[in-house]
Design a protein around this ligand. Structure first.
Ligand SMILES: O=C(O)Cc1cc(O)ccc1O
Ligand SMILES: [Fe+2]
Length: 442
């Protein structure tokens, strides 16, 4: 059986009981009866001879509402490993991004080229740009991936931040310390800072996007006057249940630490957590569950209304990074230019397309590609979209042929050298706004 078939079989075996729902919950799970200690975290001898280990994602002293940690009960402690040594960073880059100067121009890329045979998810990870500083735990990076092979006897963890994975083509099976999470195009998965995982492919190739968030963990946005329900509902986020592997053979553990990749070979799989409890957990979310709220009178609402997850910065209301989705919805605005308006924003916007088309761009913005509109850059509908939307008959219209998203950040995104010089960087993107004639004739 090929790796892909095996991964598919594992996913077919998953049921509703293979997931623990809720956002930010205290989850608990055991893969063997009695493996999870009751009434305490650190008994003198953990059940079944397991080792207890705490993994924290926040300082111990942070307010309870922000406090994140999980207790893992594992076959061997993570500490049992030889020294980590530097390995090639491949196409992975980190903040501070200094290979190019921040560019005020509007940039747009085609999808990543085909990977060489035998490229796994980590080898296929390619950094487009970002901001902040990994050592200060501020900012974010935009990565893309294109892979054709499952990770085998190697796992990855990121000390620099959490990873929001946005598959665009091909399903993934994330085999994590806390259990199994499938993530297909249209779903997003989050791996918390420091959690080890392996990516197996459910299809021949896998392509997608990753937001690496160095800052405060993503949380659900406050709803304000929207009320107690809406946007992404907490119950639709799914954490895994405990599932461990008992593998005694060399496994390479790659750790991204302060911008570089380091590796140590364990003599066993570190995905050996038999039971766990806590709230520092991976999760998956189906973007089709997003409850889209918009204008039912007039005007195009600001895209903050489409926020799925937000990573607050130290200034209230000013996100280090927001994850925003443009999901199928009805447009009913009267006397309204319905697509995104022309704008110059203080926030910087990286946009990607998961399927179909985006309502502000008639062509050139394709699934697997992406655009970067840095702070204050002028953008909005291309000429074709402007002409069409200005003349359209305003009957109720369903936008149902596209799923686009945005990583929106308070700091400008500086491109990596490989992104600024990529063959797949589109030439002449500015032209989409050419030919917007003057109509004003006083
Ligand atoms: O297409 C964009 O540029 C993103 C965007 C969408 C929108 O509906 C309003 C403003 C905005 O920046
Ligand atoms: Fe924009």
């Amino acid at each position: 059986m090929s790796g892909t078939e095996q991964a598919r079989k594992m996913v077919e075996g998953l049921t509703d009981r293979s997931f623990s729902p809720g956002f930010g919950n205290e989850h608990s799970s055991e893969a063997e009866p009695g493996a999870l200690p009751q009434g305490r975290n650190s008994p003198q001898r953990a059940p079944h001879g397991l080792y207890a280990e705490q993994l924290s994602g926040s300082a111990f002293t942070e307010p309870r509402a922000h406090n994140r940690r999980s207790w893992l009960y594992r076959i061997r402690p993570s500490a049992a490993h030889p020294p980590f040594v530097r390995v090639d960073n491949g196409h992975v880059r980190s903040a501070p991004f200094t290979e190019t100067v921040p560019d005020p121009n509007r940039l747009r890329w085609n999808p990543l080229p085909e990977p060489a045979p035998g490229t796994d998810w980590l080898a296929g990870l390619w950094t487009l740009g970002g901001n902040g500083d990994v050592t200060q735990r501020t900012g974010m990076a935009v990565h893309l991936y294109h892979a054709n092979t499952s990770m085998t006897d190697r796992v990855f963890s990121d000390a620099d931040g959490e990873l929001l994975i946005v598959p665009e083509r091909g399903g993934l099976l994330l085999v994590t310390e806390l259990g199994l999470l499938p993530a297909r195009p249209g779903e997003v998965a989050l791996i918390p800072r420091g959690v080890r995982f392996r990516v197996e492919l459910l299809d021949e190739t896998a392509r997608g996007y990753v937001c690496e968030n160095y800052g405060q963990p993503f949380q659900l946005p406050d709803l304000g006057p929207i009320g107690a329900n809406g946007l992404a509902n907490a119950r639709d986020f799914l954490a895994p249940v405990a599932a461990y592997e008992d593998v005694e053979r060399p496994v390479e553990v790659v750790n991204k630490f302060c911008g570089n990749l380091w590796a140590a070979t364990y003599d066993h799989s570190p995905l050996d957590v038999v039971a766990w409890h806590g709230n520092h957990v991976p999760y998956v979310y189906d973007l089709h569950r997003f409850n889209v709220i918009g204008s039912i009178s007039y005007d195009h609402p600001d895209p903050s209304i489409f926020t799925v997850l937000t990573s607050p910065s130290d200034t209230p209301g000013l996100a280090g990074v927001d994850f925003v989705v443009f999901a199928p919805r009805w447009l009913v605005g009267e006397d309204t230019f319905r697509p995104p308006y022309f704008h110059r924003n203080v926030m910087s916007e990286y946009m990607g397309l998961i399927e179909g088309a985006y309502d502000a761009k008639a062509e050139g913005f394709v699934p697997g590609g992406g655009s970067l509109h840095n702070m204050m850059s002028a953008h909005g509908p291309d000429r074709e979209t402007f002409d069409r939307a200005s003349a359209a008959e305003l009957k109720p219209q369903k936008i149902d042929d596209g799923l686009a998203f945005m990583f929106e950040t308070r700091w400008p995104v500086t491109a990596t050298g490989q992104a600024a010089n990529a063959d797949h960087l589109q030439k002449g993107y500015d032209d989409v706004w050419q030919g917007l004639e003057r109509h004003f004739r006083p």
